[in-house]
Design a protein around this ligand. Structure first.
Ligand code: ADP
Length: 326
């Protein structure tokens, strides 16, 4: 507005002086035409100077002023409206980010509060019991340690998710052998694999991928951990790797609980657990694994999809670009 106002003032000054100059020139021309063509041929003609046409001048100036005021008002309103729309658009991602952070904090505190409350109640009940014995205390401490371990897992998962969600996530991209990543991930989940006597079937591959070693290992661990968790004892998990146009596909197939059709659209949401998984006595977890996996895939400009039939098993497919994104 300041720029427009400054220019308008300059335009007004220039035009006003131009109008005055034009009016003077016109008067001068008229006077000369009369003097050059006297009514009496050969006769001398004296003419008093023509009066200044102040009325016409004032009218022209006020017209210029009005036009400039109208133009400036239009600029004021349209720039205001445009500024409002543009600032809204620019600030929207920031607003979304703040909303997302608030949701994250409230989800996380909700998940942390439940086990903490149950721990607190168990301690209070124990203290109120006047007949408490040492074995009772031992049992309570044992149960509490299990709960604290779960809380530790939850806080670690929250931290991992927060790290991958952050805009300046620490990653080190390099060329990696997929079979090495698989070997490392399988090694990490070996204790639960052995516990459930599950067989992991994976063929050796020489395919390589461009990515972050820790991120991709975490991603495969999450998928394998779920596959083991939701599979019956002595079942098989298949891992396959194949190349497509510019991408590699890593598929993890289990023959376990499967996922109900109604749960499929939500399983990548933070803290989402399907009904079957929520019965915590059967499966431990907080519904964070797949949202972390999805974040890791998207950091690699890849994707992760699932096909599943309840009661029969699930296949998770990770699609990653082979080469570094331009
Ligand atoms: P959780 O810690 O509950 O396993 P995830 O985010 O890893 O959290 O998974 C979200 C939900 O998706 C799980 O609660 C479970 O219902 C479902 N799910 C994930 N992987 C499998 C699988 N391989 N088989 C069956 N259900 C699965």
């Amino acid at each position: 507005m300041l720029v427009s106002f400054t220019f308008s003032t300059m335009i007004y000054r220039v035009l006003a002086s131009e109008v005055e100059r034009f009016e003077r020139a016109q008067r001068f021309r008229i006077e000369h035409r009369i003097l050059d063509n006297p009514l009496i041929p050969g006769g001398a003609y004296t003419l008093p100077p023509l009066p200044r046409n102040s009325e016409l001048l004032e009218e022209s100036k006020s017209r210029i002023l009005m036009t400039l005021i109208v133009i400036n008002t239009a600029i004021f309103f349209s720039s205001g409206a445009l500024g409002y729309i543009l600032s809204g658009k620019t600030l929207k991602p920031i607003g979304d980010m703040v909303d997302e952070q608030n949701r994250f904090i409230s989800d996380a505190s909700h998940e942390l509060r439940t086990p903490l409350t149950s721990l607190k109640s168990a301690f209070e009940v124990h203290l109120r019991n006047s007949n408490r014995t040492l074995p009772d205390a031992d049992t309570l401490v044992g149960e509490s340690i299990t709960e604290v371990n779960k809380l530790q897992t939850l806080s670690e998962s929250l931290l991992t998710l927060a790290q991958y969600q952050s805009t300046n996530v620490q990653t080190h991209f390099e060329r990696l052998q997929v079979s090495e990543l698989l070997k490392e991930a399988i090694h990490k989940i070996m204790p639960i694999v052995k516990q459930k006597k599950i067989m992991i079937d994976h063929a050796h591959t020489s395919i390589s991928v461009y990515g972050d070693r820790y991120g991709l290992t975490d991603l495969i661990v999450i998928l394998l951990d779920n596959a083991v968790k939701y599979s019956p004892h002595k079942s098989t998990i298949d891992i396959r790797t194949q190349k497509t146009d510019g991408h590699i596909l890593i598929t993890v197939t289990d023959h376990g609980a499967g996922i109900a059709r109604s749960d499929l659209p939500h399983i990548f949401d933070r803290f989402y657990r399907a009904d079957i998984a929520r019965s915590k006595t059967r499966y431990d977890g907080y519904g964070l694994g797949l949202s972390i996996a999805k974040k890791i895939a998207s950091i690699h400009t890849g994707s992760i999809t699932v096909k599943s039939t309840a009661g029969k098993g699930s296949t998770f497919t990770v699609r990653l670009p082979i080469r570094q994104a331009a």
